[in-house]
Structures are given as C-alpha cells and as structure tokens.
Design a protein around this ligand. Structure first.
Ligand SMILES: [Zn+2]
Length: 401
C-alpha cells in the first residue's frame, strides 16, 4: 500500500534504521524488489532514476509500479530519483510518483539553494516530499564514477543545516564518501561527518551510491544516521550474474527476479528495515488519491462543446498531480446529465493545488463555465487500497488435454 512518504522516512529517522530505495528499470526488478521486501516485512521505496528513462517506457512501467505498490500490504513510496528540473518534476507528479528529488548538487551554493527551494515549494504543495542534495556524489546511478566528472565533495554539517533551513527540503542527500556505480578500491566513509549531519540537520538523510560497501560499513552507516539508501548497481550486477548461462529468456528472467529478491531481503535486514512494515503502517497514513467528478449539461453549440473538451484535456491534463483525465458523454440520451469530466488527482493536497491553479481557473472561466449548466462537482477519496477487480477467487485454469 502507498503511504504518506513524509511519515515513512520520519519513522525510519526516529527508529534509527534505513529504508532501501531500489532503482528499477523493468517489471522483473519490480517483482524482485517487492518479493524480497515482503519476505522480510520491510517498508520499501520503489525508485526510478531520470538518467534511466531512455531504457524503458516510463508511463507503462509506472502503471505496473503503481499496481504493485497498491496491491502489496507493505508500506511503499514511489520516488523520482535525480530529477534535473522543475519541468521534469511537474511531469513526474502526473505519473504516480509520491516523492521527488531535485539534484542541483553540481551547481554552486546560490543556484542549488534557489532551485531546490522552488522545487520544495512545488512538491510540498502537492503533498510530496522533496529530496535535495548538498555535496557531490560522483557518477550516475549504475554507471561507473570514473566516467563522470568531479571529485567527491563532502557535505559540511553547518552548510547542510543552512541548506535545509533555506530550501525547506524534506529529505537531504549527503556526500560522505560513497560514489555512484562501483568503487575501484576500498571506499573511505566519513561516519563522524554523518553523525554530525544527523545531529545538526534534523531531517531524514539519504545516502546515494550504496553498492560495494561491506556489511560492517552498512551497519555503521545506519548507526551513524542514514535513513534512505539508494541502491541499484549491485541489483543489476547480481541479476546479470544469475541470468548468465541460462539459454532462455524465461529462465533468465526468473533467475534475475530471484537474485534481486534475495539481495533486497539481505539489505533490508542489514539496514534494519526488516520487520518494520507493521509499525510503519500504524505510523503513516495511507496515501489516498482523489477522484474529481463533474456531471453537467451543455447549453451552447456542439463545436463549442468539442473545443471546450479538447482544450480541457490539453490544459488540465498538463497540471501538476493530475494522473488521469477523461471527458465523457452519456451512453443514453435520456440520462439526467449528458456530459462528464473525471480526473484522478494524486492526493487531497494535489486536489487543492489543482483547484487553485490559475491555469485551471482561466480555462474554466473561458471555456467551461459559460456553457456548462446544471453542474454537479464532487471530489471523492479513493477507498484504500485502490484495488482493481478482485481476482482471489479465480479458479486455476483447466489444463489442455
Ligand atoms: Zn544517486
């Protein structure tokens, strides 16, 4: 089940453990991550990195991610990792993500603060936590750090405190010696720095570049104050190794899913997330979508009706937090209302932001209100979990003779 992501990481911070944010690129990884987390009853963050979006169909994969996040009893968040701009975050807010990252850590202090502040205001208005980054973790998810410019730039605790105050970001990614991808040689982690960051900053801390650390390093990392650990390279390496030598795609996929599940279960135990699912469910409110429904009749011409609907799909469908939009016409001519708008908003805060958005108001005043009569508008909370048709009672198919 999707839960309030602010509360999800706040639970980890208060209880002193770290939740895995596993970057995924397909449904095999998705299934492996959910299976592994379910095996050890760990809360989990399903994460998609912007740098990976050229590898798969994001919209299609997100439908699967949402379906599995809603179906599992585990508390889950869906995270947009390493967003590069406000425009990208706006787009992500429509696709089903429940938390967002803006990574402006390669910029100077002033630019990073300014961009992160705007992104935090945007995300928090929609009820989505914004992760900022201060300091520099070289490389990209799953790509060796050597290919990417820059030395590790460690996060200074006093600067981090000022950064969080000035930007209002909900979570902070810090640099204490990890790199994206795999290290050449032994990573040197600055645990003292992480402890001081935990004491000075007061918001959940995120570690990027978890691959290649030893069990002891991970345990020390969590004790020192990591609350969310981003994890990718090890998953794709283990999946690849498990699949090698299998001649068929179906067998390769199964082996990859199993390897990912095992690694997710292992790391969730190591980071203290295992066994926390029930406690998080009691602590964090469910994440509930809103169905915005309007019935109406039309008093003007048919061409004006068409223009109104077409413009509405274009304008409203591009607003933050609008996950789905449909314009409808009654199937029967004697129905008391002949037309329908229905939209799914990410959550009640996104609904509020949608109502107040000037683009929405301008559209409604210019196109909708002049012709729409006998309007009924109701916002419905989705009943949680947002389930599809129940399938539990399905009989097993009879085998072919
Ligand atoms: Zn990262």
């Amino acid at each position: 089940m999707l839960v309030d992501p602010f509360a999800l990481l706040e639970h980890a911070r208060r209880q002193g453990y770290a939740i895995g944010a596993y970057d995924l690129i397909d449904t095999a990884m998705l299934e492996g991550i959910i299976q592994g987390a379910e095996r050890v009853a760990a809360p989990v963050i399903l994460s998609l990195a912007e740098a990976h979006l050229d590898l798969f169909d994001e919209q299609a994969l997100m439908m699967a991610v949402l379906a599995m996040a809603q179906r599992t009893p585990l508390p889950v968040a869906i995270h947009y990792d390493h967003g590069s701009s406000l425009e990208r975050l706006e787009r992500a807010s429509r696709l089903g993500y429940t938390s967002l990252m803006l990574d402006a850590s390669h910029l100077g202090w002033d630019e990073n603060v300014a961009a992160t502040r705007v992104a935090a205001e945007f995300a928090h208005r929609l009820g989505m936590p914004l992760e900022g980054e201060l300091g520099y973790v070289p490389g990209e998810e799953g790509r060796d750090a050597e290919l990417h410019p820059g030395e590790i730039r460690y996060t200074d605790p006093e600067e981090a405190r000022a950064f969080v105050t000035e930007t209002g970001c909900a979570w902070l990614a810090v640099s204490i010696g990890t790199v994206h991808g795999r290290f050449r040689g032994e990573p040197r982690l600055d645990f003292t720095r992480l402890r001081r960051l935990r004491e000075t900053v007061g918001v959940p801390l995120v570690i990027h570049g978890g691959t290649g650390l030893s069990e002891d390093q991970f345990k020390e990392l969590v004790r020192a104050g990591a609350h969310k650990i981003n994890y990718y390279t090890a998953l794709v390496e283990l999946a690849g190794q498990a699949a090698l030598g299998r001649g068929r795609w179906d067998q390769m996929r199964q082996a990859a899913v199993a390897a990912i599940a095992a690694e997710v279960a292992r790391t969730s135990c190591l980071w203290g997330a295992a066994g926390q699912a029930d406690a998080v469910r009691r602590f964090a409110a469910p994440w509930v979508a809103v169905e915005h429904v309007i019935y109406y009749n039309w008093s003007r011409s048919d061409p004006e009706l068409q223009t109104m609907q077409t413009r509405g799909l274009e304008v409203l469908g591009q607003l933050p937090g609008v996950q789905r939009i449909a314009a409808g016409r009654a199937e029967r001519a004697d129905a008391p209302y002949q037309y329908l708008w229905t939209m799914t908003l990410a959550n009640p805060q996104a609904m509020q932001a949608f109502r107040n958005d000037p683009r929405h108001q301008d559209y409604a005043n210019a196109y909708f209100r002049p012709g729409a009569v006998e309007r009924i508008t109701i916002d419905f909370l989705h009943i949680h979990p947002q389930s599809a048709c129940p399938t539990a009672g399905l009989a097993a198919p009879t085998p072919e003779p």
